[in-house]
Each structure stands twice: as C-alpha cells, then as structure tokens.
Design a protein around this ligand. Structure first.
Ligand code: MN
Length: 247
C-alpha cells in the first residue's frame, strides 16, 4: 500500500442511491458495495440530490461512478410518452443521473452502469428503449429476461463482441448471465458500441469508444459475482480504471 496525493491509493467510487418512494427511503443493495470493495475500491453511496452544484462537485470529487439498477427511465428522455406497461419513473434519479453522467463523461471518469444504467446511458446519448420487452420486443428466439429469485442464478447466455473492450476484460466469447429486466435498448445511441447480445438479439452490454472506461451491462453482476467469477472481472476492470486515473 502506498500514498499518492495525500491519501491512500484505493479509489473512491460514487454509487448512485436507490430510492423507495413507498418507504420514503434511500437504500442500497450490498452486492453493489461488496463488488467494488472486493475489487479493491471504496464504494460510497451518493446523496440523491438534484442540486446542480452538488452533483458537479460529486463528479469532480470521486474517482469513478457506479450507476445502479432501479426505476424505469422516463420515456420523455428519449422523446416518447410513457405507455401503461412502463414502470413509474423516479424524477430525482433521472435528473441527478443526467447531470452526473454528462459531467463524468466530460471529465473522462470511469463509469459502470448496471441494468437501469445501460438504459439510462442509451437514452441520455440519443438512443431509445423498449418500454416493455414482453409486449414490444419481437424475436424468433424466446428468452426469459425477467427471472424469478434466486437472482444469483444465470438464465441466459450473452455473446461478447470480439473487438470490444468487454472481450479484453473477460477473454470469453460468451458467458452465462442472470436477467432481471423488462426494458432494453431499442435504437442504440450513436456514441455507444454494442459489446454483447443475448440469443434473441437484444443488446446486453455497451461501451463508449474514445472514453477511458464507460461500460454498461443489462444483467446484474452485483447478484452473481460471488458465484460467477467472470462477473468479478467487471468490477475489477472498473476499479483498476478508477485507480489509474489518479494523478
Ligand atoms: Mn437479459
């Protein structure tokens, strides 16, 4: 262990908070925190703030950001009206994460998105989403994307794009993943590149070429990394990228 610019070398990673409006509660799943901790980072749950100055300060302060799962993204972010099949949005999260993501990308800070994260990045960068896969996504191959518990169990395969940074991280052509989502990417945003697809053709991972580390996955590594070590590699690659960003 060594000391860099006056503090320990472990990167501090801002984790976007989960919000439960029925309990009026900010909360967190241990897997997001433990994945970062076991990879050598220090996870810190951020405040759910919509104050721009606060969010810009957070973007400057932390070494990287984890955008967690949660509410459906408001379809007005990608120019659509919410259909009845769309879940209730969280206005505070949409607002906060839009500002945080834009600033973190501009600062070229490492960013890892999970589930809602991949959908949010795609919407913010000009792509669109299926508001509800079972009723809107047509494919010859039927795949269950919303599994029942336990969520640490893989339920479908994803094929990794060979020229993708995700392949460099995993060194696998395909991996089994869990799946707990009813939305997904429809039109991929132009700044993003597909990094993995499910057997029905749905995009399950993206990266942002030209950036140090922007990776988002549609599955839930936070529920499965203890069982499937390949998913630990995602947290490791993210934390290492946050580490090397230090001056
Ligand atoms: Mn899936």
């Amino acid at each position: 262990m060594f000391w860099g610019n006056g503090r320990m070398h472990k990167p501090m990673i801002g984790v976007v908070p989960l919000y439960d409006e029925t309990k009026e509660s900010y909360w967190m799943l241990p897997g997001y925190m433990k994945g970062i901790e076991e990879a050598g980072g220090i996870p810190v749950m951020l405040p759910l703030s919509t104050d721009k100055e606060t969010i810009l300060t957070l973007a400057e302060t932390f070494d990287g950001f984890l955008f967690t799962g949660g509410h459906d993204v408001n379809p007005n972010l990608y120019g659509e009206q919410a259909e009845p099949v769309c879940g209730r949005p969280c206005e505070e999260r949409d607002l906060m994460e839009a500002i945080l993501f834009e600033r973190a990308v501009a600062l070229d800070k490492p960013i890892f998105g999970i589930c809602r994260g991949i959908q949010l990045f795609n919407a913010l960068l000009g792509g669109t989403l299926y508001q509800d896969l079972p009723s809107q996504f047509e494919s010859e191959k039927q795949i269950l994307h919303k599994q029942m518990p336990p969520y640490g169990q893989p339920v479908h395969m994803v094929t990794i794009e060979k020229d993708s940074p995700l392949f460099t991280i995993l060194k696998e052509e395909s991996i089994p993943v869990n799946s707990y989502h009813h939305q997904g990417i429809k039109a991929l945003a132009e700044p993003l590149a597909c990094a993995a697809t499910a057997e029905d053709g749905l995009i399950e991972a993206v990266t942002m070429p030209g950036k140090r580390f922007v990776l988002a996955v549609q599955w839930h590594p936070e529920f499965i990394f203890q069982k499937e070590e390949k998913n630990m590699k995602l947290f490791k690659a993210f934390v290492v990228s946050c580490q090397h960003g230090e001056v």
